[in-house]
Design a protein around this ligand. Structure first.
Ligand code: FAS
Ligand code: PHB
Length: 388
């Protein structure tokens, strides 16, 4: 098989890149290790920046998001048992959209299928070859036979555990911080406790009240990395959540059976550079952020925005300028989001090793945020998404 761009991974990064390239008349094929249903079964992000919604619009995959997505103008920060609203729209003129990553993925899969583009699911042993030369290609195994795709470029959109970054033997630098806790997440068919998200700093640990719709809620609790999901039956989850919420939230909390429950580790990770000859890394393949700042999915979107523009410039104008600048341009925005996600995580979670002093610094930071317009504006412009 021959294509211009071989994309490894059919998560949000790979699917959005595929549709952007298609919009620019650039032929592409996606190779995905799992089945489409498996990809759709992963419950992850929930908040879309305006820039991400704009990209979905650009590829004609935003109609359902506009119908079903919830537009939010702010978030609430709770500490010391009191909730404070940060009006992000007033500070930035921008809004966020609550629309699950599962739905984004489904809309992009539908758009790809409607365009008749090739996605090979259950592709095993996907391997990028000769991307530091002039004849890049990708091999894979399907139904017991080995196949090969020759291409001009390879896009590694295969997530943190993918093959692309691991295939790079050249100079690659990684930067990492692993947090001493995880997020225990639950999904339930219950009305959300508030119309907006509630981030809570509590002496027992962080909690987040979020949602997927007005009848489907999602909640997160900071938990120990030693915790196992079997130790958290629904009743224990709801009891612990009530201990961490403010009184008004407890009064409005509607509990119910979990329809999904999982524990995610938290880390900050960046690989530099994001380009190796004819192969590019995008999304979680290149960086990971703790979900506190709701940046993971949105960074995947900005990466593939930069990459698709660079490839469009190459094919339209035979210019390598965008391709040569891709890594530097993407990393400039990545690191600002990594900083913001680290800052939000440091401010809101319980860190046993920083003791009482660390806890007081967190409360001072939160108190400053809710009493200074400048501080609230700084948080807001990072949360709604810095410009592309
Ligand atoms: P993905 O990991 O989504 O997609 C990579 C794809 O590549 C997968 O489909 C995988 O099957 C495929 N793949 C991997 N190896 C391959 C190989 N060798 N060959 C072929 N295909 C291969 N972000 C938020 O903003 N908010 C959140 O609350 C949030 N929660 C998260 C919870 C969890 C448990 C995880 C893991 C992540 C969470 N994230 C969250 C971040 C998440 O949303 C990512 O940022 C987002 O999925 C990034 O998309 P991709 O870069 O496409 O990577
Ligand atoms: C979610 O809705 O899953 C979500 C929202 C905000 C975050 C993290 C996760 O910071």
């Amino acid at each position: 098989m021959r294509t211009k761009v071989a994309i490894i991974g059919a998560g949000p990064a790979g699917l959005l890149l595929g549709q952007l390239l298609h919009a620019y008349g650039i032929d592409n094929v996606i190779l995905e290790r799992q089945t489409a249903d498996y990809v759709l079964g992963r419950i992850r992000a929930g908040v879309l920046e305006q820039g991400t919604v704009d990209l979905l619009e650009e590829v004609g995959a935003a109609a359902r998001a506009h119908r079903e997505g919830l537009v939010h103008h702010g978030v609430e920060l709770a500490f010391g048992g009191v909730r404070h609203r940060i009006d992000m729209h007033a500070a930035t003129g921008k809004t966020m959209m609550i629309y699950g990553q599962t739905e984004v993925t489904r809309d992009l899969m539908d758009a790809r299928r409607a365009a008749g583009l090739t996605t090979v699911y259950e592709a095993a042993d996907v391997t990028p070859h000769e991307f530091d030369g002039n004849h890049p290609r990708v091999s894979y195994v399907k139904d017991g036979a080995t196949h090969e795709i020759t291409c001009d470029f390879i896009a590694g959109c295969d997530g943190f555990h993918g093959v692309s970054r691991k295939s790079v033997s050249a100079a690659i630098r990684t930067f990492e911080r692993v947090y001493p806790f995880g997020w225990l997440g639950i999904l339930s068919e219950t009305p959300p406790v508030s119309h907006e998200l509630i981030y809570t700093n509590h002496e027992r640990g962080f909690s987040l009240c979020t949602m997927r719709s007005m009848h489907r809620s999602r909640y997160y609790l900071q938990c120990s990395m030693e915790d196992h999901i079997d130790q958290w039956p629904d009743d224990r989850f709801w009891d612990e959540l009530k201990r961490r919420l403010d009184r008004e939230a407890v009064d409005h909390l509607v509990t119910g059976p979990s329809i999904e429950k999982s524990i995610a580790p938290l880390r900050s990770f960046v690989a530099e550079p994001m380009r190796f000859g004819k192969m590019f890394l995008a999304g979680d393949a290149a960086h990971i952020v703790p979900p506190t700042g709701a940046k993971g999915l949105n960074l995947a979107a900005s990466d593939v925005h930069y990459l698709s523009q660079a490839l469009r410039e190459f094919y339209d104008e035979k210019s390598y300028a965008g391709i040569d600048a891709y890594s530097t341009t993407a990393l400039a925005r990545v690191w600002k989001a990594v900083r913001f996600s680290w800052w939000m995580t440091s401010m809101l979670h319980k860190f046993p090793d920083t003791g009482e002093f660390g806890a007081r610094i967190q409360l001072a930071e939160l108190d400053y945020l809710v009493s200074s317009q400048a501080a609230a504006t700084s948080l807001s412009e990072n949360y709604v998404g810095l410009p592309f």
